[in-house]
Write a protein that binds this ligand. Structure first.
Ligand code: 0L1
Ligand code: MG
Length: 260
C-alpha cells in the first residue's frame, strides 16, 4: 500500500524546508518505503507548497536524459520536475551560493511552447507545439545529504531542480536543426564540458515527446507558454562563489550566470 495523504504532505514539507533553509536531509527512502508513484505525489505536494507562497508554475524539466548524467548520479531512468517563476535567473544573473545545499550546473536546451501538448505524441509531433528553442543552464541542487539518492528520492525532490537560465537567442525548430548542436560550458573562461544536443535523449525532441507521454499517464499535459528544459547534454559541474559560467551553443548564442 502507498503512503497516505498526510504522509505525502509531511515528506513534501521536509523537502521544502531543506530547500528553503539550504539544509540537506537524509534520503526519504531511508525512513519510508517509497514507490515512484508516491514520489511524484510528494513532488506535486511540494510544488503546492511553493504555490502557496505565490510561486507560479512556468514549465517542466526533463532530467537524466543523457548517458553522462545517468552515470554521474547512478540513476538510469528519465524523470521530470516542475519549474516555477521563482526558480528563474535572468541571463547573466547571480545565484547566491548560500541559498543552496551543493549546487551544480549543466548545459541544456529549452523549448518554448506555443501550443498545448498532450501525449501520446512522437518527437516530430511534439516539435509542432514548439515556438522556439534556446540555450539554457539548469542549476541542480539535491536536497539530500552528499547529493546521493535513489530514483524515487530524486523524483520526490523535484528532480533536483533549483534554478534555470534561458539564453536570449531563440530559433524556431521548424527552420533550425537542433539534432546535433555543439555545446561548450565554460567556467571562469576555461572550458569545463563539451557536448552535443544529440546527447539529450539522442535528440532533444525525443525528450519533449517523452515528457508529454509521461504526463499523459497521469492525465496531465503541457500548456502553451510553458518552458521545457530538455535535459543536460553533459555531466553537471560544481558551483562555487566567484564562478562565472557561460554556455555557448551553435547558432543559439549563450546563457550565463554568476555565483556570489
Ligand atoms: O536535470 C537532471 O538531469 C538532474 C536530474 C536529477 C539528478 C541530478 O541531481 O543530477
Ligand atoms: Mg537538468
Amino acid at each position: 500500500m502507498g503512503l497516505n495523504h498526510e504522509e505525502i504532505r509531511a515528506l513534501a514539507q521536509q523537502l521544502d524546508d531543506a530547500a528553503r533553509h539550504a539544509r540537506p536531509i537524509p534520503m526519504l527512502s531511508l525512513s519510508s518505503p517509497l514507490s515512484l508513484k508516491d514520489a511524484y505525489l510528494i513532488q506535486r505536494a511540494a510544488i503546492l507548497l511553493r504555490a502557496q507562497r505565490d510561486e507560479r508554475l512556468v514549465g517542466m524539466k526533463m532530467g537524466l536524459t543523457s548517458r553522462a548524467k545517468m552515470q554521474q548520479v547512478g540513476v538510469h531512468s528519465p524523470i521530470y520536475g516542475h519549474l516555477t517563476h521563482a526558480m528563474r535567473l535572468m541571463d547573466g544573473g547571480t545565484l547566491q551560493r548560500a541559498d543552496h545545499c551543493h549546487p551544480r550546473v549543466e548545459p541544456e536546451l529549452a523549448f518554448l511552447l506555443k501550443r498545448d501538448l498532450r501525449g501520446p505524441v512522437s518527437p516530430a509531433e511534439a516539435l509542432l507545439a514548439v515556438e522556439g528553442v534556446c540555450a539554457a543552464l539548469e542549476v541542480i541542487d539535491s536536497r539530500y545529504q552528499d547529493f546521493k539518492f535513489t530514483l524515487p528520492d530524486v523524483v520526490a525532490d523535484n528532480a533536483s531542480s533549483s534554478r534555470f537560465v534561458l539564453g536570449s537567442v531563440v530559433q524556431s525548430p521548424a527552420a533550425f536543426d537542433i539534432s546535433n548542436l555543439g555545446m561548450i560550458m565554460e567556467r571562469n573562461g576555461v572550458t569545463a564540458e563539451i557536448g552535443s544536443s544529440a546527447a539529450i535523449f539522442d535528440h532533444p525532441a525525443r525528450s519533449l515527446a517523452a515528457l508529454a507521454n509521461l504526463l499523459s499517464e497521469v492525465g496531465e499535459s503541457l500548456k502553451a507558454g510553458q518552458i521545457v528544459l530538455a535535459g543536460g547534454a553533459t555531466a553537471a559541474i560544481h558551483l562555487h562563489p566567484g564562478d562565472h559560467v557561460r554556455l555557448l551553443v551553435d547558432g543559439l548564442g549563450s546563457a550565463e550566470l554568476r555565483v556570489a
